[in-house]
Structure formats: structure tokens, C-alpha cells
Design a protein. Structure first.
Lengths: 396, 345
């Protein structure tokens, strides 16, 4: 006796529905959790290990910086903005300074711009080294952390020797860089130049940074388990990346060779020869590789900048009390986390009327709901880590 | 047996108490050494110094100081926890591990009890600790704990099989399941060159694949990296241990290291010749045996620690596929090949 195909079909469907079904559980990841990079909260609907849906909740670190800028003078805002993304505090200052300078119609002298550029790239290296250390830790390897953080320490020491601050340099001034101690109303303003031996030490540090990248390649990238955990995980296709406004290394890992350093002129990047690191598949592995490559490229930029360091003024001529004329400007910069921009509206006077801060981490995180679907719980952590965000940069 | 060794006729119950005391002392002492080893070895692998001040030199007293600290900590229990199961879990873990030490032969006549079905007993009791882990995960009333406990259970089912199958190869080759017998079988000469008998431990004498499978499965049983998903701190906070504090946490901690020592002892006995070392007479082994076994265990524990600080963590599905698709077929093949050789040779 033969069974009609329709009945066979029903039988097979019945067999499927007999499969054990378990109740969905709501798992609250964060805001206090080892791998959410601060106070990100993810409300995940999980069935066993499988995640069906994730709802990110942000705002636990909101400090109201955009509002605070409306009651601060322009020089005071410098101290605020380098607390947005504290892993690369120096890089946050630059676009705001450039925005204020453009509104005032001045430009920092070349030497100041070079110092800004070197320190920005150092901030990038330090930020990416944090990523290179914490990402393997989230995948479960504890040792690369120490190797990468040790090198980062040298970079921070160099940053500190120039700016006096490791995380929050507060070093830029409108029209240049920080005046030396003692400068004020009564004394003539003396700008603070780089400390003695800084350039040589930086050159050595850059060589070490490149070698630690090779170490990490040997220790982490070549590891079979690391590759199994990252390759093909958390793939962001180009169209999706574009539509969600993903930027920075996350965007480039998807194969978009877009780098604000190449297209805008907020710092003299056009005078240096460097490659834009681009990935192919947009998975966690590519995001990791792109960042490692960016460390190498940043070291390359810094070495070139040291070789062609111009001499001269560190500070453009600015009035003692900074008043910005009426107008509005948007300046964006390629920060370690992605594209950061300040939209400054001035009604004239000592304080801005409105400052809109476009932070990279916030825009990058919008993709979470799309990407954290139908994956396993360990992949949540792998993907979160690979997006490399800072909660201060998200909530600001 | 210890009594003949000491040349004394001792009352059975007294002897039992002595043996229990010895096991408890040896396990906790060895666990402290292993903890210290892990602290120092991981430190040097990460360009750190590790414990330095406790105890005067080299920070040797750090594990003891940590232990004292655990005693001082408040013993917390979540309101919704199942009190009895929650409190019992750490001791089930520790007890299951300690029970394995009963049959480890430390010398020709030096074991608590050399059971005829030693291997069988061993593999049975070594699974008890996973029940403790599951108890902890279930009773903690915490979702992370629950997932940790379930991961541990899934891992046990997947890795108990290759562990047993790898040991079966040894049992076939030795022709006995008594651990003392297995060590003795490894002392038998494989070849005789001139008047020199050459005997090989099983890792060199045909069970290399079995050894690799056994060590891999041991790592999974111990939930150590790269198989530490049950406690994966970056995902599940601390897995089944999340809610534990104070002395109960210390019991888990001790259980983890005692488990490592137990599996190292078993692997040494099954594959590395146990207390036996070539060129030493049986009489001398009566006294040197424990040292020889301890040295072999130390080497294996170093391997475990080395792996832990080198590898990232696998994902749960990758762990399962490694067990079912690679380890178990390889172990079955190993058994088949061993059996053929056993019959042919």
C-alpha cells in the first residue's frame, strides 16, 4: 500500500512539531555585566542558548553634555568633550576645536596641527589596543590583555608627558595647543611645546607598537579557536551598515573604504601616506583585523609626522576672551570608534547656542537589534565586543 | 596498603580514619599547591610577577591567605534559592572529586583500596561532581547560574563518552580494570634488547590518540579553558557559581582544583605509567612512587594551566560538534585498533 504524498507531508510536519519546545526566557544582560563595556543593558529573549530577539536599553550613563555645552564657554567645553569617549579623550577634542576655529575664521599653526595629529593617532592606537586586549578576553583568552595593555601604557605615558593627562588631556586650545603653566592675564602667553626627547621616544614606541601587533597576530589571530569564534559571526552586509549609519572600523570591515581622514581636512592628513584598512566580509574577524591594521597605519602616520615636523608657532592669534561670531558649522572627524562630529550653532558671544554631538558608538549601536537575532548567547558577547563601543560615547 | 608498609598491625577503623585524614590532607594540600602554581604560572605567562608578599618570599602563603579570606566572607544565599540543594551543591562537587582518590595507586602497595573494577568506579564517581554543578545552577534562582548548570550538564554528557572510550582502550590493552593492574601492565617489557627489558607507558605504547582524547575530555570535564563555558565569566558572569560566596565558594574553588589533580592522577596512572618509572626497583618504588606520580601529575597540571592561559573559549555548539563528530569516532577507532592488536599480538 502506498501512502499519498499529502499524508506523508502531514506526517513529516507532525514529526517536526513533536520536537521539544521550551518556554522562552527573558535574560537581562547588564547594565551590570562583565562584557557590556559599561552600563549597556540588553533584554534578550532566549530559548536555551538561542537568542530570538534583543532589545538594547541605553541611557544609564547620560550626563547631559549637549545641554552642559549651552552654559559653558568654548574653552571650558574642551574639558567636557574629552570625557565623551574616554578611551580616546584626545581625539574628541579635535573636531570641536576645529569647529570653533572655523566659526572664528582662524586656523591653528602647522606645528600645533602636527602635534594634534600625532596625539590623535596616539589616542587611536591606545583605543585600538584596548580593543585588541579586551576582545580576546571576551572570547575567553586572558593573556593577550596583558601584552596589549603593556604597550598601551607606553603610549599613555607619552600622551601624559605632553598633555599632563592620561585619559582626559584637555590639551587643545582654540587656535592651537595648551599654554604653559603660568600663562594668564598678567604674563605673556607662552605655549607649551613638546617635552625634550618626545619625538625620539615616540619613534621607538611606534616600532614597539608594530611589533606588539605582530605578537597579537601570533598569539590571537592564528588561534584556531579564535577564528572559529569570529569568522562568519556577526556579519554586517554593506547595505545594512550604510542604512544604520555604522561608521569607522565597523563600516570599513564591511568593505567600504570610507575614511574621514581621507576626505576631510580637519587635520593635515593629506600630507601623509597611509592606507585605509578594509575588510571583506564584515564579520567579527574582519573588524578585529581592520583595527589591528589601523594600529599599524597610525604608527606609520606618526613616524612620518615626526620626520616632517614643522617648527614655528603653537598658537594662532586669538583674543583674550574668546567670542565666536554668529554662524553654524559641522565638523566631523575619524575617531577611533568611528565618525564623530560636532554641529555647533553660535548666536555670537562666549557660549554656543547649541551643540549637537554625533558620536560613533551611538550610531554603531543602532545595529544591535538587527544583528543580535537568531544567534547564540556567546555570539552576543563576541559581536558586542567586535563593535568596540564605549558607553560614555553612546549616552554622553 | 599502608599497614604493612608501616610494619604495624592496625585496627581497621583506626586505619580507615588515618586513610581519610591522609586523603583530605593530601587533596587540600595539593590543591593549594596547584592554586599557587596557577597564580604564579599565569603571572609569568602574562609578564606579571604574581603573588609576592604573602608568607615572606615568593608569596607562597597566598593560597592560604585567600582561604582565610573566604572564611571571613559573608555566606549569602538568594531569597528564592532552594536552601537544601543550594547548600549541598558545593559539597557534592567536592565529594565526587575526593572519592576518585580512593583507588589511585601511589606505589606497588600504596592505595586506599585497589578495586578490581577500579576504572569503572573512577569514571562513575567522577561524574558525581557534575550533578553538584547542576544542583548549584538550578537552586541558585539565577538565570545565569541556570544556564551555567545546563551547559555543564550538556558538556558532561558529551565528554563523558570520549573519556570513557579513551579509558576503554587502556583497559583492553592492559586486560584489567584495576588501576594497580594497569600500572603493572605498563611495567611489562614490550621488547627485550639483549638483557635489557624495555617497557613503555601506554602513551608511547599505542595509546597516544587515547591520551590526547582523554586529556581533551578531561579539560571539558573540568570546565577549564577552552571548555569553560559553564563559568564563562564574559558571558554568564560566573555561571553556576554566580550566587556563591564565602566558604561555599571556596568549596567550589577547591573542588575545581581537586578535580584537576584527580584527573591528572588518573591520566598519569592510565597513560604515563603511574607511580612506576624505569630502572627503579619495586621496593624503592614503595617509597619513591608517590613522588614519581606527583611529578607526572605536576607535568599534566602544568599543561592544563598552560592551555587555560593560552586558548580562547569555544562556543557551546562547537564544543558539542568537537565531541560528537571528532572525539567519539576517534575514540571508537582507537578501541577497534587496540582490540585488533590485542588479538593479533
Amino acid at each position: 500500500m502506498t501512502t499519498p504524498p499529502e499524508i506523508m507531508m502531514h506526517l513529516s510536519e507532525a514529526a517536526v512539531s513533536v520536537e521539544l519546545e521550551t518556554a522562552e526566557m527573558t535574560l537581562n544582560i547588564g547594565p551590570q555585566h562583565p562584557s557590556t563595556h559599561g552600563v549597556l543593558r540588553l533584554v534578550a529573549k532566549v530559548d536555551g542558548e538561542r537568542v530570538s530577539e534583543v532589545e538594547p536599553v541605553i541611557g544609564y550613563m547620560h550626563r547631559g553634555y549637549e545641554k552642559l555645552t549651552e552654559v559653558r564657554t568654548y574653552p571650558q567645553i574642551t574639558a567636557l568633550v574629552n570625557r565623551i569617549d574616554w578611551v580616546s579623550g584626545f581625539a574628541n577634542e579635535i573636531p570641536f576645536m576645529v569647529a570653533a576655529e572655523r566659526l572664528m575664521g582662524i586656523e591653528a599653526p602647522p606645528r600645533a596641527q602636527y602635534i594634534r595629529l600625532i596625539l590623535t593617532e596616539m589616542a587611536r592606537i591606545s583605543s585600538h589596543l584596548i580593543f585588541a586586549s579586551s576582545y580576546p578576553l571576551e572570547i575567553g583568552a586572558a593573556t593577550p590583555l596583558m601584552h596589549a595593555l603593556r604597550e598601551r601604557e607606553r603610549i599613555l605615558d607619552l600622551l601624559e608627558s605632553v598633555t599632563g593627562g592620561r585619559f582626559h588631556p584637555n590639551f587643545n586650545r582654540i587656535g592651537g595647543v595648551k599654554p604653559a603653566a603660568g600663562a594668564g592675564a598678567s604674563t605673556k602667553k607662552v605655549s607649551q611645546d613638546l617635552p625634550a626627547g618626545f619625538l625620539d621616544e615616540t619613534r621607538v614606541a611606534m616600532e614597539r607598537v608594530v611589533s606588539v601587533c605582530d605578537d597579537l597576530d601570533g598569539l590571537v589571530s592564528g588561534n584556531e579557536i579564535f577564528q572559529a569564534r569570529t569568522k562568519g559571526v556577526g556579519v554586517i552586509p554593506v547595505e545594512i551598515a550604510k542604512s544604520y549609519g555604522v561608521s569607522g572600523p565597523n563600516m570599513r570591515a564591511s568593505g567600504v573604504p570610507f575614511d574621514v581622514r581621507k576626505v576631510d581636512d580637519y587635520l593635515p592628513y593629506d600630507q601623509f601616506d597611509f592606507d585605509v584598512a578594509v575588510g571583506e566580509n564584515g564579520d567579527c574577524w574582519d573588524r578585529y583585523q581592520v583595527r589591528l591594521e589601523e594600529i599599524r597605519q597610525a604608527a606609520r602616520i606618526i613616524s612620518q609626522a615626526i620626520d616632517s615636523m614643522p617648527s614655528g608657532e603653537l598658537q594662532a592669534k586669538v583674543p583674550r576672551i574668546i567670542k565666536v561670531p554668529k554662524g553654524q558649522v559641522y565638523v566631523r572627524a575619524e575617531n577611533p570608534k568611528g565618525e564623530m562630529g560636532y554641529f555647533v550653532v553660535s548666536e555670537g558671544g562666549r557660549i554656543p547656542y547649541r551643540v549637537k554631538i554625533r558620536t560613533a558608538s551611538f550610531s554603531n549601536l543602532t545595529i544591535l537589534q538587527w544583528i543580535l537575532k537568531g544567534i547564540l548567547i556567546p555570539d552576543i558577547i563576541a559581536i558586542l565586543g567586535s563593535l568596540d563601543f564605549v558607553l560614555g560615547d553612546v549616552d554622553r | 596498603m599502608i599497614a604493612p608498609l608501616l610494619g604495624l598491625e592496625i585496627n581497621f577503623w583506626l586505619l580507615l580514619v588515618v586513610k581519610m585524614g591522609l586523603i583530605a590532607g593530601v587533596i587540600s594540600g595539593a590543591a593549594l599547591v596547584a592554586i599557587y602554581g596557577e597564580l604564579k604560572i599565569s603571572a609569568h605567562m602574562q609578564s606579571r610577577i604574581g603573588p609576592y608578599f604573602a608568607g615572606g618570599r615568593f608569596g607562597w602563603a597566598q593560597p592560604i591567605a585567600d582561604g582565610v579570606k573566604f572564611f571571613q566572607k559573608e555566606d549569602l544565599m538568594p531569597d528564592d534559592a532552594d536552601p537544601f540543594v543550594y547548600k549541598a551543591a558545593p559539597y557534592v562537587v567536592l565529594g565526587g572529586t575526593v572519592a576518585t582518590f580512593v583507588i589511585i595507586p601511589w606505589g606497588p602497595d600504596l592505595s586506599v583500596r585497589d578495586l578490581d573494577l577500579g576504572l569503572f568506579y573512577l569514571l562513575a564517581v567522577s561524574s558525581i561532581s557534575t550533578i553538584g554543578v547542576l544542583m548549584a545552577g538550578w537552586s541558585s534562582a539565577n538565570k545565569y547560574s541556570l544556564m551555567g548548570g545546563l551547559r555543564a550538564a550538556g558538556q558532561l554528557i558529551a565528554y563523558e563518552l570520549p573519556l570513557v572510550l579513551a579509558a576503554v582502550g587502556v583497559a583492553i590493552q592492559a586486560g584489567t580494570m584495576s588501576l594497580g593492574g594497569i600500572v603493572e601492565a605498563q611495567t611489562q617489557a614490550v621488547w627485550t634488547i639483549g638483557s635489557v627489558d624495555i617497557a613503555l607507558p601506554y602513551v608511547l605504547g599505542g595509546q597516544l590518540i587515547g591520551f590526547v582524547i582523554f586529556i581533551t575530555a578531561s579539560l571539558a570535564e573540568l570546565s577549564r579553558t577552552p571548555f569553560d563555558m559553564p563559568i564563562a565569566e564574559s558571558e554568564l558572569v560566573s555561571g553556576y557559581m554566580t550566587e556563591y560566596s564565602g566558604f561555599r565558594f571556596a568549596a567550589f574553588f577547591l573542588g575545581e582544583y581537586a578535580g584537576m589533580i584527580a584527573l591528572a592522577a588518573i591520566a598519569s596512572t592510565l597513560f604515563l605509567g603511574g607511580f612506576w618509572v624505569p630502572g627503579v626497583s619495586a621496593d624503592a618504588l614503595q617509597y619513591l612512587g608517590p613522588l614519581v606520580l606527583a611529578a607526572k601529575m605536576g607535568a599534566l597540571i602544568f599543561l592544563f594551566i598552560w592551555m587555560r592561559w593560552t586558548f580562547p573559549r569555544l562556543r557551546e555548539d562547537q564544543l558539542q560538534s568537537l565531541a560528537w563528530r571528532w572525539l567519539i569516532p576517534a575514540a571508537l577507532l582507537n578501541i577497534a585498533v587496540t582490540a585488533v592488536f590485542k588479538v593479533v599480538l
